[in-house]
Design a protein around this ligand. Sequence first.
Ligand code: SF4
Length: 234
Amino acid sequence: MRTMIKQRGKISTGNKTNPQIRTSSCTRCGVCCKKGGPSIHFEDRELIEKGNIPLKYLFTIRQHEPSFDNIKKIIEPAKTDIIKIKNKKNSHECIFFDPDHSGCQIYPDRPVECRKLKCWDTKDILSFYDTTRISRKELILSIDELWSLVQNHQGQCSYQKVAALAGQIKENKNNHGALQKLNNIIQFDSCLRQLIIEKNPMISEMLEFLFGRPLILTISLYGLTQKQSSYVIE
Ligand code: SF4
């Protein structure tokens, strides 16, 4: 399968201690920040609510979306929403990493994963990384306009629906009913994003947080690709 998978975690070792790293404190070398932005947890809620980390710098791996678990080294559907800090365009570097100063631009307000990650001893982060993850609902339930948009999109475009239809198409590539339904879902996802870009530039900055990555891209995770106006098995 072609992978367009965002890394779910940025921790790349399964070892609890790393003998190759000769330090016992953070030297702010930036190596961990070059492996991708962290996931957001309940402990970070205040940072988001106070605007220290604006929503436009976050993206969502939606519940049930296939994603790569960098610890288990497997691709599996996400059990919950996973909210992460974006990487820079075409790069694995966290968007807040400043390469000129090998530093974090939000260091005093960095998320809990970054605080727990000690490259010389990873036991804290390994026992923590997949716990207390916060969801979109918990972050924006009180903002009616945003939460109803997310609910509407999720109702139409859940990854459970996408996975079921992709499975039917794989079983029978001539299943026109399933192909049509999948096309409708992908079109809904694209049209909603386009509409928001045209009508509400403020919210359009948050599209990847509100709706995750566009389905037109992530459909390839199911081994499907677009041909003319429909989808076929790769
Ligand atoms: S938030 Fe800061 S410390 Fe955490 S990965 Fe990004 S640049 Fe590094």
